[in-house]
Design a protein around this ligand. Structure first.
Ligand code: HEM
Length: 134
């Protein structure tokens, strides 16, 4: 796994999230939709990169479990965020409802990031195993 590429993508995710919040707040609707789509793609790439990165590390089981619960809840929260956002576009929903789901999403995302750092703090390097037959 390319460490600098992973770090660069994490920075891109944070910047994209900030851009999503700013474009939503100021009401740049088209830009907001493009930015949140890009953010979702960057997030998916980050999850895949983290999966590759973690293959060579051993984590404390309960720290890993806590992180996986928070990370899954963050991804699941994207559904109501998108649903309530699309409801505003269709004029069937209110901005306030979308805003509360965005707040829940951001709180979960920050918790997932903090739990990941906490998990990494006690991670141990594991030797790669050769699974190929001789
Ligand atoms: C995933 C699909 C999403 C859709 C379809 C969507 C759609 C929208 C729309 C149509 C608005 C109203 C803009 C206007 O006033 O014209 C809005 C507002 C907003 N959105 Fe989204 N959004 C989505 C995801 C997100 C995400 C991921 C975030 C942040 C992480 C976010 C943050 C915000 C914020 C902060 C507002 C302003 C709410 C307010 O001022 O009450 N949105 N969104």
């Amino acid at each position: 796994m390319n460490g600098p590429l992973f770090a660069a993508n994490l920075v891109a995710v944070v910047l994209a999230l900030l851009a999503a919040i700013v474009s939503g707040r100021v009401g740049w609707r088209r830009a907001h939709i493009v930015i949140v789509t890009l953010t979702t793609v960057l997030l998916a790439v980050a999850v895949w990169q983290a999966e590759l990165y973690g293959q060579h590390l051993a984590f404390e089981p309960w720290r890993l479990r806590l992180h996986l619960v928070l990370a899954s809840a963050t991804l699941a929260c994207l559904l109501p965020v998108a649903w309530t956002g699309l409801a505003i576009v269709r004029e069937t929903g209110r901005q306030g409802t979308h805003r509360w789901w965005v707040v829940a999403f951001m709180v979960l995302a920050v918790s997932a990031i903090v739990s990941a750092l906490w998990m990494m703090a006690t991670a141990l390097e594991v030797a790669p195993t050769d699974t190929h037959p001789v």
